[in-house]
Design a protein around this ligand. Structure first.
Ligand code: ZN
Length: 309
């Protein structure tokens, strides 16, 4: 399965459901002055479609759309006027603001490797022919501001969790993030819970990496030139259950090492077995002086395994 086909599997049901969600919102809007307004009266079919927005985990809390796709959705235009298709931003999809639609900046807004003051760099496919459709340029970028950075993208994750760790003072920042990654991370948390390992936080050590930032670490033992982190569908994670920002002792053997990372990797393996559409990479990394053990998880669309498994 290529990345494109898995992406379209997400996107097609999404737009049908977007229409239903926003139509429902439009219909009930006049009544929302009362805080006790009853819930939207949806048919069972519509409820099913709304649930499809929340992913396999049912824990997604945001969906990202490109302006060109948003412009083609009549209900979006009706609700938000001409501002939505063209203006990047985070829009509450329901009255409780428990779900958001995020209109991205199109890829073409990146000029000379940057948008505004934020440096992004050049994607592999801007420089050369890439190995597969999964490595074509992303469709667009989420514009993350100081004000919207805490927007939940799912039950356990916010936009800011996935940002590249550089240009600390520059706002807005730009982010590539794919919903299937967030969905998979939520399912890993649920799977760990299922086997009796509580997760107070699945810490994202590294989520999106701009090509420019990624290139700084390319080399032997370092980052891959074609790293999935540049495509918004990879995250390096560990379970952080205490105050210390470090992996927790997940297997209870009194040590914190690769064996704890393998517990997360095994959970990711089971998530893929149950949800083949989320297949991707899983890599286990040992601790160094700079970081504790962690697991790389991605949704590249083909199976890949490496590291201290
Ligand atoms: Zn990684």
């Amino acid at each position: 399965m290529t990345k494109n086909s898995s992406a379209s599997q997400f996107i097609k049901p999404l737009f049908g459901a977007v229409c239903v969600a926003l139509l429902a919102l439009a219909l009930t809007r006049p009544a929302t002055a009362s805080a006790r307004t009853p819930a939207i009266n949806l048919s069972s079919t519509e409820v099913t479609m709304l649930d499809s927005l929340k992913g396999l985990s049912q824990k997604l809390r945001a969906r990202m759309v490109t302006p060109s796709k948003a412009a083609g959705i009549a209900v979006l235009r009706k609700l938000f006027g001409d501002s939505l298709p063209h203006r990047a931003g985070v829009y509450a999809a329901d009255t409780g603001a428990s779900f958001h639609f995020i209109t991205m900046r199109p890829f073409a807004d990146k000029v000379k490797g940057r948008i505004g003051a934020y440096r992004i760099g050049f994607f592999p496919n801007e420089r050369r022919v890439v190995r597969s459709a999964a490595y074509t340029n992303p469709e667009g970028f989420v514009e993350v501001t100081a004000d919207n950075q805490n927007t939940s993208v799912s039950e356990h994750f916010r936009l800011r969790d996935f940002l590249t760790h550089d240009q600390v003072q520059v706002w807005p920042k730009y982010l590539v993030l794919r919903e299937p990654l967030v969905d998979k991370l939520e399912l890993v948390i649920a799977e760990l819970g299922r086997i009796g390992i509580p997760v107070s936080r699945l810490r994202i050590m590294s989520g999106f990496r701009t090509p420019q930032y990624n290139a700084e670490g390319v080399g032997a033992g370092g980052r891959a030139q074609d790293s999935r982190h540049q495509y918004g569908d990879a995250a390096d994670v560990y379970v952080m259950n205490g105050a210390r920002d470090w992996m927790s002792d997940l297997n209870g053997d009194g040590r914190i090492d690769s064996r704890d990372a393998r517990v997360i990797a095994a959970a990711a393996e089971r998530v893929e077995q149950k949800n083949p559409q989320l297949v991707g990479g899983v890599g286990v990394y040992r601790a160094t002086s700079a970081h504790g053990p962690f697991v790389h998880i991605d949704v590249r669309g083909t199976r890949a395994r490496w590291g201290d498994l």
